[in-house]
Design a protein around this ligand. Structure first.
Ligand code: MN
Ligand code: MN
Length: 457
């Protein structure tokens, strides 16, 4: 064999950058919509509400278990206000299986404790308990928004959303000035800001000359929301960075935003579903909560709510649930950790994914010896690769980092446990789980393209 022929055997990596002006315009239009979503849906409750609204506008109807369904029907099922499942019924029987994209809409953040409010040295604070895998030191000295609900003793549920609008106040966690930081700076990064040290400043003005900053905050909360300190126990309030998405770089090729993981896969999947008319297979999008803390709880993907929905679609169309599961395939759509040359020692360059090289298909995640992952089969990998290649979806492979460096999980394990074939696929990110994460516009667009191709195959 000559050199030329041998060179043709090598895998050529492709870039996800637009091929022409028309595609560039499509990318920019989609990114505009995505940024509107991500700036206005920073918690799972907000994301559920946003997607539900878009679904209703796209002709989806709320689904009641067991109601009869036919090809072309579009249904939407909201799970306890924190996750949402959407489906478009296909022309083939559900016995032939469905196409599922499962993704999550929760992100790492700071939750308020049940008794959050206290005062110290003339400053009023909220105590917090962090949610998901964060580097705690990143959360000091950044503006924070507050979102969530308060279920008042009188039975009313109050929505709280404050800090996103530039006219509104934000919240803040202080850090120690470097001038007197000698002891702090000698601690390891995991210790120099403690979990109990993440206390959010929410006010500083006493109610009168005798003091009482906490009392003043209680008075303001009561005037604004009609709540008392007791009502904070029956609340779910969460602090997220008050930072809006921004284009990054002279070429504006990247988007920095809070919570790309995993709304960056959830939104393209939902949009691809909205665009369907009558697909061959029934297509489903599951947008789950609680992935960041192990997919537990009634809104997490380990809950039977999700397979029950598939079972119910089978009942609604007179199909066999077990045949349906056997013939279904699922994309566990979650972000991949892109190779970061500034931290090259954590990666293995050949098996890492890269920005601007398209969506990343991951055969496995897990830690150490692939522990806890679903490890997609060669057959499943081949199906996905062939599907994407046939429609010019730019894709790559990627592990999370080098072997024994750590690891990660996704909802793929839960999907596999339902008895459904599954593979991980998503958008590569830099700075995953940081207060702002970085992704390529062109990779985000490939996620939309990939989701469309998956639904139409
Ligand atoms: Mn994720
Ligand atoms: Mn994550």
């Amino acid at each position: 064999m000559q050199r030329k022929e041998a060179e043709a055997l090598e895998l050529k990596k492709k870039y996800s950058i637009p091929t022409d002006l028309e595609e560039l315009q499509k990318v920019e239009a989609f990114i505009k919509d995505y940024r509107h979503f991500i700036d206005n849906a920073k918690t799972e409750r907000l994301a559920t509400n946003y997607i539900e609204g878009e679904a209703i506008a796209a002709g989806f109807k709320p689904y009641t278990h067991g109601e009869p369904l036919k090809a072309g029907d579009r249904v939407c099922y909201v799970n306890h206000d924190k996750s949402v499942i959407l489906a478009v019924i296909g022309s083939e029987s559900l016995n032939e299986g469905c196409r599922i994209i499962a993704s999550h809409i929760d992100s790492p953040r700071l939750d308020l404790k049940p008794m959050p409010l206290y005062e110290n040295s003339g400053i009023s604070y909220f105590k917090t308990h962090y949610y998901g895998g964060i580097k705690k030191y990143q959360w000091t000295a950044v503006p924070l928004e507050l979102h969530g609900v308060v279920c008042r003793a009188d039975g009313n549920k109050i929505n709280v959303n404050i800090g996103a609008n530039p006219d509104e106040p934000v919240f803040y966690i202080s850090d120690l000035m470097p001038h007197i930081g000698k002891d702090q700076m000698s601690k390891s990064a995991s210790e120099f800001i403690s979990g109990e040290g993440l206390n959010i400043i929410n006010g500083s003005m006493p109610i009168d000359e005798e003091g009482g900053v906490k009392l003043n905050i209680l008075a303001i909360l009561n005037e604004k929301y009609g709540i008392t300190e007791r009502d904070l126990i029956t609340a779910e309030l969460t602090a997220v960075p008050a930072i809006m998405s921004r284009e990054v770089g002279f070429d504006r090729s990247l988007i920095a935003a809070y919570g790309h993981d995993d709304r960056i896969c959830a939104y393209p999947a939902a949009r691809a579903l909205f665009d369907l008319k009558i697909p061959k297979h029934t297509c489903v999008v599951m947008l789950a909560d609680k992935e960041e803390i192990g997919s537990c709880g009634v809104t997490g993907l380990a809950s039977e709510v999700y397979p029950d929905f598939i079972r119910s679609l089978c009942d609604s169309t007179n199909a066999n649930y077990l045949s349906c599961k056997r013939n279904s395939i699922c994309l566990s759509a979650d972000v991949g950790g892109a190779y970061d040359p500034c931290y090259a020692e954590a990666y293995e360059a050949n098996n890492s994914c890269y920005l601007n090289r398209g969506i990343v298909i991951s055969k496995y995640t897990g830690a150490r010896g692939k522990s806890g992952c679903s490890d997609a089969s060669a057959e499943t990998m081949a199906k996905m690769a062939a599907m994407f290649d046939a429609e010019n979806v730019i894709w790559q492979v990627g592990e999370y980092g080098k072997v024994d460096q750590g690891g990660a999980g996704t909802v793929a394990t839960e999907i596999a446990n339902f008895g459904i074939e599954v593979v991980d696929c998503g958008v590569p990110l830099l700075s995953m789980h940081a207060v702002t994460e970085l992704a390529s516009k062109y990779d985000i667009y490939q996620m939309l393209k990939g989701s469309r191709v998956f639904f139409n195959n």
